[in-house]
Ligand binder design. Structure first.
Ligand SMILES: C[S@@+](CC[C@H](N)C(=O)[O-])C[C@H]1O[C@@H](n2cnc3c(N)ncnc32)[C@H](O)[C@@H]1O
Length: 239
C-alpha cells in the first residue's frame, strides 16, 4: 500500500492518490453496493435514471460507463440502448469490475485507467460517470478522455458528491460528515467512509467542475442538485 489510511488517503495526490484509491476500492468492493444503498436511502438508482435520461441515448447506441465500479449504472444504460446497444464499462479496480459483470453480462468491461481510456476517439453517443471523477488523480486528463471518446453531439453526465448549499446546507454537510464514517465503522470500513466526505469537501465545486468541463471542450454545461445538494449531476455536450 502506497499511502496508509492513517496518513490520510484523502490528502494524497497524483500517483499516490491513484494507488491508494485503487487499494481502498479493492477492500470495500464486497460491501460497496450495500453501503451505497444505505447512505443514499437507495435513492441513487433514481438519480442514475435521471442522469441516463439526460444522455438521450438512441436505441442501439453506444455508451461508456467510466469508473463503472460494481456497475450500478449498467442496467439503466442498458434499458436506454437496448439489447443491440454497445455498453462498455471501464474501471481500474479489478474487484469492483468483477461485480459489474453480474449487473450486465452483455456489457464489455475493461480494466483501465480513466486517464488513458484504451478506446478509439469519437465512438460513444453518451458517457456516464458516477461518483468516479472525484477519485481520479488527474481530473483534467479524465475529462479530456471523456471528451475524446464521445462522438460530436455525444452527451456527458456525471453524478458525484457536492457540498450542500442553501439554508439546510450546513446541517446536511455536518450530517454527511458524522453519519458516513459511523456507518462505515459498523461495517469495518471506517477509513473508506471517512474518505468519502473528506474527498467530497476537497473536490471541485459545482462551478469549478462546470468550468473544467468547458475547458475540456464541452458545451451546454449544466448542473442540478439532489439530496439537499449533497449530490450533483453535471451534464454537457460535445459540439
Ligand atoms: C465511488 S466508486 C463509483 C462506482 C460506480 N461508478 C457507481 O456509480 O457506483 C469509484 C470508482 O472509480 C474507480 N476509479 C477511481 N479512479 C479511477 C481511475 N483513475 N481510473 C479508473 N477507475 C477509477 C474506482 O476503482 C471505483 O470503482
Amino acid at each position: 500500500m502506497v499511502v496508509e489510511v492513517d496518513k490520510r488517503v484523502w490528502q494524497a495526490d497524483g500517483e499516490q492518490k491513484g494507488a491508494a484509491v485503487k487499494e481502498m476500492f479493492s477492500e470495500i468492493a464486497p460491501t460497496y453496493d450495500l453501503l451505497n444503498s444505505l447512505l443514499s436511502f437507495n435513492l441513487h438508482h433514481r438519480w442514475r435514471r435521471k442522469a441516463v435520461a439526460t444522455l438521450k441515448l438512441p436505441p442501439g447506441g453506444a455508451v461508456l460507463d467510466l469508473c463503472c465500479g460494481t456497475g450500478d449504472f449498467l442496467p439503466p444504460l442498458r434499458r436506454a440502448v437496448g439489447p443491440e446497444g454497445a455498453l462498455v464499462g471501464v474501471d481500474f479496480c479489478g474487484p469492483m469490475l468483477e461485480r459489474a459483470h453480474k449487473k450486465d453480462p452483455m456489457a464489455t468491461l475493461l480494466l483501465a485507467d480513466a486517464k488513458a481510456v484504451p478506446l478509439a476517439s469519437s465512438v460513444f453517443d453518451g458517457l456516464a460517470v458516477g461518483w468516479g471523477l472525484r477519485n481520479v488523480d488527474d481530473l483534467d486528463r479524465a475529462l479530456s478522455e471523456c471528451f475524446r471518446v464521445l462522438k460530436p453531439g455525444g452527451r456527458f453526465a456525471c453524478l458525484d458528491m457536492a457540498r450542500p448549499r442553501g439554508p439546510l446546507g450546513p446541517m446536511a454537510e455536518s450530517a454527511f460528515h458524522i453519519v458516513t464514517p459511523i456507518l462505515g465503522r459498523l461495517f469495518g470500513r471506517a477509513e473508506a467512509y471517512t474518505y468519502l466526505p473528506k474527498s467530497a469537501a476537497r473536490f471541485a465545486t459545482r462551478e469549478e467542475l462546470g468550468h473544467k468541463l468547458e475547458s475540456a471542450g464541452f458545451r451546454e454545461v449544466r448542473w442540478r442538485d439532489f439530496f439537499l445538494g449533497n449530490v450533483c449531476l453535471h451534464t454537457g455536450v460535445k459540439p
